[in-house]
Design a protein around this ligand. Structure first.
Ligand SMILES: [Zn+2]
Length: 452
């Protein structure tokens, strides 16, 4: 394997700004086509597998296995769209001063263990995409043929919850394909995530939260803003929003979180170790404590609601006849869209109309035993010694959720060791990956192929 060449490949792909926009008419299709052409040029052996273009931009490769009895195929996933590089974090801190190195220049900076590739997508998710392709390319060059079929699923609109990955699952399902193992981006190899836990933990996402958009609508008689009556549409709506915030949904510690605490308890000593080991018996007090210890922990233990968009009247001097609020709801594992909407109705009362605009339930929790889990954790143990695997539930939505339709072993795992600072740069400014981290990610996939 040529490490320097692998680095150049990732740099070349970061330089092509495949930026996703929620408004698809703003997406530059020519840039995406250029990216696919570059992929074919950089990885001719992988390209010779003959990828199918799905939903106008996603790519599906099939690498045929040698043994039809070897078991259900594996799917390695990544996406090649990126979020815009001009995002400014909401709380206007020093981060808003801009990128240290330009986001699409893919500069290689520093040396030794600190040498980095800078740019949007360096980790999320072109880093993962290149790690997969380098490993497959290396295996193809060596004449390796996996026992079972391996599919590569490269999405083109993950960042905007687009239809690429869902269309690939439709296609596989229509061909009767069930997957014995699916790996997509997700948890990384991290340290210091939980208080009292020492050493690296490989965070393997077994599921993710569901998502729903719920609109709150208040309709009242309008009129001139010079003669307002009490309890206008905007006032009622504002009151309801405050009531929602004052009545958050109930907390509970989901099963994979209990398993996570038990897994990491081996690395925590004293009172904390004891607490984590007894997570099952202590699930209620633990859930309540997590709900109080910051937004990230709170999101693990409950369905969250965020009011993201408001609308009132069209003119400064016009009373609103209709005021609306969009609530972005993230549904906890074990709950449903239906339950989340019912809870909102119960809080807001009958002065408000509640309309479900879109929604998908949390996908099922993947199995934490069996050959796929064993292959994954064995590979982690080999490539990242001293790292212990731990399940968890991902807070963000990902393309992986669609694959639950054809697999009960969908794992959200990014085989990169990332610092807290590197994780914070995702979707923000100064995204970068250490070269050593990237190269180890390649070795992870190369080693995993031998398990398949
Ligand atoms: Zn991503």
């Amino acid at each position: 394997m040529d490490d320097a060449l692998a680095v150049e490949h990732l740099r070349a792909l970061i330089r092509i700004p495949t930026v996703s926009r929620a408004d698809e008419s703003q997406v530059d299709a020519e840039v995406f086509a250029r990216f696919r052409a570059e992929l074919a040029r950089l990885y001719p052996r992988v390209h010779a597998l003959g990828p199918e273009l799905v939903a106008g931009g996603s790519l599906l490769f099939r690498w045929p296995g040698r043994d039809p009895q070897a078991g259900e195929p594996a799917v390695l996933m990544a996406h090649y769209d990126v979020v815009p590089a001009d995002v400014v974090p909401a709380d206007d801190g020093p981060a808003s001063v801009g990128w240290t190195h330009p986001p699409f220049a893919a500069e290689l900076v520093g040396d030794g263990a600190e040498q980095r590739i800078w740019g949007r997508g360096a980790i999320d998710d072109k880093g993962m995409l290149c790690a997969i392709l380098e490993a497959v390319d290396d295996a193809l060059a060596a004449g390796v043929r996996p026992a079972r079929d391996i599919y590569l699923s490269l999405g083109h609109n993950e960042e905007t919850q687009g239809a690429g990955a869902a269309a690939i699952v439709d296609l596989l399902e229509s061909r009767g394909v069930r997957a014995g193992l699916v790996i997509d981006e997700g948890g990384a190899i991290v340290e210091g995530l939980l208080p009292g836990v020492v050493g690296p933990i490989a965070m393997i996402g077994l599921s993710e939260k569901g998502v729903a958009g719920v609109e709150l609508i208040v309709e009242k008689r309008g009129g001139h803003a010079a003669t307002p009556a009490p309890d206008g549409a905007t006032t009622v709506l504002a009151r309801v929003i405050l009531r929602l915030e004052a009545h958050p949904s109930r907390v509970s510690l989901p099963e994979p979180s209990i398993a996570m605490l038990q897994a990491v308890s081996a690395r925590a000593s004293g009172a904390r170790g004891w607490l984590y080991r007894h997570a099952r018996a202590l699930r209620r007090p633990l859930a309540r404590a997590m709900a109080r210890s910051g937004p990230e922990q709170a999101a693990v233990v409950r369905t969250t609601r965020a009011v993201t968009r408001l609308s009132g009247s069209a003119g400064d001097n016009v009373l609103a006849e209709r005021a609306t609020a969009m609530v972005n709801v993230r549904i906890a594992a074990g709950s449903t869209v239906e339950q989340a909407v019912a809870d909102i109705r119960a809080v807001v009362g009958d002065q408000v109309r509640v309309r479900l605009v879109y929604g998908s339930d949390p996908p099922p929790v993947s199995r934490r035993e069996g050959p796929a889990w064993d292959a994954l954790t064995r590979t982690i143990a080999d490539v990242f010694p001293d790292t212990i695997p731990s399940p968890f539930i991902m807070i963000q939505a990902s393309d992986a959720r669609y694959f639950s339709r054809i697999s009960d072993t969908v794992y959200r795992f990014l085989p990169f060791d990332l610092t807290a600072g590197e994780r914070e740069a995702l979707h923000a400014i100064d995204e970068s990956i250490r070269v050593s981290t990237y190269l180890r990610g390649i070795r992870f996939f190369r080693r995993l192929i031998d398990e398949l």
